[in-house]
Design a protein. Structure first.
Length: 270
């Protein structure tokens, strides 16, 4: 557990998660309260990150925005893993036409950029956090399906799997008892990567007005609101931008560290 990337990523992710958790019951200021007299205030002891064009405290909005981004990304990754992993494990167990059909369907989904697909879905069904979750989750399904299939295919030829089949166990039971536990580590690493991508996708959709809707703060929406005021109030874009960068960096470091910690071959190579 002495891996530096893992420890730094875990520390950053923990701080962001705690900030989002605390925002459920406390923020320094009420984000729904507009104080026009305090608009576009710079950094101060009263408002460490300043205020926006409506007089709202930016630090409080960053806290609530963290909650929104984490919730969207977490549920979207859960949808992707909950559907994609069983599909990938099933395809690896069945092989033949079932495996080929799933892979070709995956290729079809991957032919469209993730953000473009999400924009299309939210444009059809309307903006909002729920539709953003569905859009990001749909793209996560083939990612987890491909990772689960690749990991399962590497395990099926092993001797203990052959022994399980000889003892009379079916493919479903073998997948549940032997395959999935042995690919859990690579799925966990992939999950942290998709979590980071989910936060980026949510910020992109919110920036375009297709994610969380006002008055619910979102880091992407805050960047959109700041773009016309960069000259007079650069802090409006600085802090939500830093929040996105730091969160994604922390998750990527956590995923990289988890890979090194869970895979002894990586540690030996280094």
């Amino acid at each position: 557990m002495g891996n530096r990337s893992f420890l730094i990523g875990l520390a950053i992710t923990t701080v962001i998660a705690l900030m989002a958790l605390v925002s459920l019951f406390w923020t320094p200021y009420d984000i729904t309260r507009l104080e026009v007299a305090q608009r576009l205030k710079g950094l101060s002891l009263e408002h460490p990150f300043g205020t926006d064009h409506l007089g709202r405290d930016i630090f409080s909005m960053i806290m609530v925005g963290a909650r929104n981004s984490i919730a969207v990304a977490f549920v979207a990754v859960g949808i992707g893993a909950g559907i994609g992993v069983p599909l990938g494990a099933w395809a690896a167990a069945q092989r033949g036409w079932a495996d080929e059909a799933l892979m070709r369907l995956n290729d079809l989904v991957f032919a469209f950029p993730a953000l473009l697909s999400a924009i299309m879905i939210t444009a059809i069904f309307g903006p909002g956090a729920v539709n953003a979750i569905i859009a990001i989750g749909i793209f996560n399904i083939p990612v987890f399906a491909r990772v689960a299939r690749a990991g399962a295919l590497a395990i099926w030829p092993r001797e203990y799997i052959l022994a399980a089949r000889a003892s009379g166990k079916g493919k479903f039971l073998i997948s549940a008892e032997h395959i999935l536990p042995n690919i859990a580590s690579i799925l966990l690493v992939q999950g942290t990567i998709q979590f980071a991508l989910g936060i980026l996708a949510e910020a992109g959709l919110s920036y375009l007005g297709l994610g969380a809707q006002p008055p619910m703060p979102s880091w992407g929406r805050m960047l959109f609101d700041a773009q016309t005021r960069l000259v007079v109030a650069p802090h409006l874009a600085l802090f939500p931008g830093l929040a996105i960068v730091i969160t994604v960096l922390g998750l990527n470091l956590l995923g990289d560290g988890l890979r090194d910690v869970l895979d002894p071959r990586v540690r030996r190579e280094r």
